[in-house]
Design a protein around this ligand. Sequence first.
Ligand SMILES: NC(=O)c1ccc[n+]([C@@H]2O[C@H](COP(=O)([O-])OP(=O)(O)OC[C@H]3O[C@@H](n4cnc5c(N)ncnc54)[C@H](OP(=O)(O)O)[C@@H]3O)[C@@H](O)[C@H]2O)c1
Length: 263
Amino acid sequence: MEIKDKRIVLTGAAGGMGSILAEELVKLGANLAMVDANADVLTSVANNLPGTHAIAGDLSSAAGCSSVADQCLEKLGGVDLLINLAGINSFAAFEDESPEKMEAMLHVNLLAPMWLSRAFLPVMQENNAGRIVNVGSIFGSIGFAYFSIYSASKFGLRGFSEALRREVADTNIKVTYIAPRAVKTPMNSDALMRMGEATKMNMDAPEDVVKKIISAINNDRKDIYFGFPESFFVRINVLFPRLVDKALAAQNRIARAFAKGEK
Ligand SMILES: NC(=O)c1ccc[n+]([C@@H]2O[C@H](COP(=O)([O-])OP(=O)(O)OC[C@H]3O[C@@H](n4cnc5c(N)ncnc54)[C@H](OP(=O)(O)O)[C@@H]3O)[C@@H](O)[C@H]2O)c1
């Protein structure tokens, strides 16, 4: 899909990747509506990108998503591309996760992309054109210790993307699932960054990931998994999950101390 003149809704536009992606989409000629809960940062991103629409809103409820979708449709006069990028994570031992945090993560990472897709799909169906891009994670294919809720939310998002893609296969509406490995953004806590260093976790620059997201859209990719060996491990985890259990065991023991706040 070419970006030029497309009406694009981007969630998480005030975030580490979102603010860079917003800038690139505008450079490529998009008509952009940017959504984020962080109203202050969103306003400053929008101030640097004249002609864009900033829509501050909380995507953690169906009502919030519905209100955001209505505002986007009003500002853009329709929608060609929805990019579900907003997300939250948690690096913690499962026994330390609160029910509220679990609910928030599933709402923002999994239900919000569904609620927004549900709001925009009929508009795309009317035009028989459009694309939904869901940004997941390598953790959506490999369940990672101390990211249990986050992994579950991204596994769900991958499953939703695959099912919806198959459901609209006979139309001109496309669904893309994108799975970055770790990226250097404010999403990752200090403890996570220190754990990443201790375990030699590969971390990409957000600018590089944004380039790949745009390339995936331009090239009509169905799904894409970033980085080696992570993308290879995704395949191995399907065929030989016990091998991946073994490969990750030592790393998980190191990660525990960071997740428990002991390091
Ligand atoms: N960073 C990584 O290592 C990594 C790796 C793989 C995949 N990803 C995925 O990539 C996407 C973007 O991540 P990022 O690294 O750019 O994260 P980020 O810098 O934390 O940006 C995420 C943005 O989403 C917003 N957001 C959170 N909850 C929201 C809500 N309820 N309603 C509306 N907006 C909300 C955040 O606002 P607040 O600041 O107010 O919370 C933030 O501006 C996420 O889906 C993430 O899971 C990230």
